[in-house]
Design a protein around this ligand. Structure first.
Ligand SMILES: Nc1nc2c(ncn2[C@@H]2O[C@H](COP(=O)(O)OP(=O)(O)O[C@H]3O[C@H](CO)[C@@H](O)[C@H](O)[C@@H]3O)[C@@H](O)[C@H]2O)c(=O)[nH]1
Length: 244
């Protein structure tokens, strides 16, 4: 892909929440470095680790040295959840654009230049990766997980009508000030937060563009999504329906 045109002052901060990602972290960091370097884009990586027992923080500390000054490690004690990890990471991020993604390659860095180009083309407030439009897709999930994800999107779309094809996906590019406003506007966190941020953004008039992505299930480690999160999600949809 041809290099993406940025203003020269733009800095992209990737916030990467990690819990037990020791095996994935070196490769995702290498891929991010390669992607941004090839495009000559100013970037940083903010790893937010919640005391992973598998030694993720030791690996991250090595990466901080190896990729200096691009990588920083922020730690919290105990597993405090995906949503609050983004909020925590944003306090330390220096970029005027924020990218949030997973550490396990389900979100491949190769889509980042397309997301940046899309944002620039329309000066969008948010660009979201979508598995459910264009040539986007999901690979490697069993039927139960596919139905859960699709069902969660259909449920929220039917109740809230936000016009975003992938409400639960978390591979997104935000203008920093927009993300800050959204964090202040909704207190919904956890896995439900992606949906809450998109719905709140739409209700506040922010523009959202989409880039189709291939979501590939993780090879190393386990998903942290459980029944509790699914119940929380349903509650979150109804809470937003009531409040918007
Ligand atoms: N710091 C921190 N990180 C966490 C925590 N829980 C999960 N993570 C990190 O958050 C990312 C996503 O977690 P997974 O457990 O791999 O998520 P998933 O089940 O594959 O869910 C994906 O799909 C969902 C539905 O489409 C998405 O909503 C979700 O954001 C994610 O993309 C990974 O980098 C993981 O290490 C936590 O409590 N704390």
């Amino acid at each position: 892909m041809a290099p993406t045109k940025t203003t020269g002052k733009d800095v992209y901060s990737v916030i990467l929440p990690t819990f037990n990602e020791r095996q994935n972290l070196p490769i995702i960091t290498w891929l991010l470095n390669r992607t941004f370097s090839e495009q000559n884009i100013d970037w940083e990586l903010v790893i937010v680790d919640d005391g992973s027992p598998d030694g993720t923080q030791d690996v991250a500390a090595q990466l901080v040295k190896l990729y200096a000054p691009h990588v920083q490690l922020q730690t919290r004690t105990g597993k405090l959840g995906l949503g609050t990890a983004y909020v925590h990471g944003l306090q330390f991020a220096k970029g005027n654009y924020i990218i949030i993604m997973d550490a396990d390659f389900s979100h491949h860095p190769k889509f980042i230049p397309q997301m940046i180009a899309k944002q620039k083309a329309g000066n969008y407030d948010i660009v979201t990766g979508t598995r459910y439009a264009g040539d986007g897709g999901v690979y490697g999930w069993d039927l139960k997980r596919k139905l859960t994800s699709k069902g969660a999107n259909i449920f929220a779309d039917t109740v809230l009508r936000p016009g975003v094809s992938d409400l639960t996906g978390s591979f997104r590019l935000y203008k920093r000030d927009v993300l800050e406003k959204l964090f202040q506007s909704t207190d919904i966190r956890g896995f439900t937060m992606q949906m809450a941020l998109a719905v709140t953004a739409k209700s506040q008039g922010f523009s959202i563009a989409e880039v189709p992505i291939s979501f590939v299930d993780r090879v190393y480690g386990d998903s942290k999504l459980g029944g509790e999160e699914i119940v929380e999600y349903a509650k979150g949809v109804l809470q937003l329906w009531w409040s918007t």
